[in-house]
Write a protein that binds this ligand. Sequence first.
Ligand SMILES: [Zn+2]
Length: 268
Amino acid sequence: MTTAGLPRQECAVTVLGGPTAVIDIGGLRIVTDPTFDGASPHGYLTKTTGPAVSEDELGPVDVVLVSHDLHPDNLDERGRTFALAAPIVLTGPLSASRLGSPAIGLSCWTSHSLARADGDGELTVLAVPAIHGPEDGDRDADGHVNCEVTGFVLSGEELPTVYVSGDNASVGTVAEISLRVPDIDAAVLHAGAARVPTKFDGRPLSLDGHRTAAAAAVLGADIVIPAHYDGWTHFSEGLADIESAFREAGLSSLLRISNHGSWMPLRP
Ligand SMILES: [Zn+2]
């Protein structure tokens, strides 16, 4: 393995395509919702683009965060293999029970602390809620719209506090998170307004551009990195829609966008 493809950063994020992001923080390399398959059909979903950086080019990874394991656009076949080979996977309790070792299931508002690799101290990963569809969507047997989805907030001394939304369509949930964690500095938000005709009358399963801008305003974050708006056919909005929505809201200065596989600092 080599890190030539993606050298370690002090405190930065890059989106690789789909929901997959790499966050280097506190001396740790964290990969969110790993998806590394090439363009291919995945049951009712179709992947149109492979990742900007392959799993082999990531080098050793310290933690994988899985927002949910049931949907192939958030955890595809190579992503699953990658996750299960990681030292630790943090996810929700139901996802963890399906994934098995090394997955640890975190209920909402519980956290897991990791030893930092940049000196003493810890990086805390807090599990936060996500609603994977409209607020009035039918709940499954476990009480979730669509399925259990977990968001994450990363924090540590002298580090920016980073929120990773997972697949969430609810601005109300973002508001709840913001009330309980008022100091979020940077947010990776799954935008793209994913729609599947058979689910909730085709209504969005994740934030659209305007709701992403609303979520950014509610959070008061300095930096917003959109993710999960391309690489699959089921997104109803793309980067241009997200940029337009932020411009209309007067929040363009928050947006951080770069080519997939390029780094963006997590500090202002
Ligand atoms: Zn999903």
